[in-house]
Design a protein. Structure first.
Lengths: 120, 120
DNA sequence: CTGTTCGGTCACGTTGAAGTAACCACCCTC
DNA sequence: GAGGGTGGTTACTTCAACGTGACCGAACAG
């Protein structure tokens, strides 16, 4: 798994990505047309949405039935793990932001310290 | 959450990434030194490992105690969701690979079909 | 039959993540 | 005090992801 050429690591790289997560979570609620997906995943460009959907189709997670994209059975098994990630992100945003502020402030203080030292 | 400027989406983007997943899973077993991490995460370069660890420290998920990197309490809450992703990847690699082969073969056949049509 | 929306494709250009290699301070040993 | 391992930093390059805008065929609306 931690070996560079292990296919399960490639597989992890494919699913551990924000577009995959958002698309799978949206399609789990209901099949959607291209345009509906495009509107719901705010800020995604057509190109990136097309590329993401093609990749998900290739990996057997999404299929297109006429005009609607829907999860395959394989894709449905992915929903819970990805949903858990999303839930984590929503639950702990604040802690993450506070940690970032503390870290950046500490970095600023270190820079100030260096500047003061240079004044000596 | 699906809004482009929502901070929880930024947060999701940060944790939904293969290096984050591998590092958090390894550090959950035990604190590790830089060199030990570097050896276990096969194929990662020093630069990328340094960058990833700095980002995780900034986000308050990892802290460095003397020479050992360890998960913070916040980082520990991330383990289960990421572990679930890893488990999924290991469980379904074969299905994904088969889907890819089918998809690529179908694409080849479409190309052949076009070539035949051109012969007419 | 004209215009419009939908679901793309194509040909770029730009950005950000990752690779490469050289260098460095610190510690340890011998 | 010379040499090796550890834990980085720095500068430069490469590559994949993403953005942009123009175009296009099919469907449908008027």
């Amino acid at each position: 798994m931690f070996s560079a050429k292990c296919p399960s690591r490639a597989s992890l790289a494919r699913i551990a990505n924000k577009w995959t997560a958002m698309i799978v979570i949206l399609l789990h609620e209901q099949p959607l047309r291209f345009g509906e997906l495009h509107r719901q995943v705010d800020g995604i460009t057509k190109k990136v949405l097309v590329d993401s959907l093609r990749a998900l189709e290739r990996d057997g997670m999404v299929e297109k039935d006429d005009v609607h994209y829907r999860l395959t059975p394989l894709g449905r098994t992915l929903h819970d793990p990805l949903r858990a990630l999303q839930t984590w992100a929503e639950s702990y945003v604040d802690d993450v932001q506070q940690a970032q502020e503390r870290y950046d402030e500490a970095a600023d203080n270190r820079l100030l310290g260096v500047a003061e030292a240079n004044l000596d």
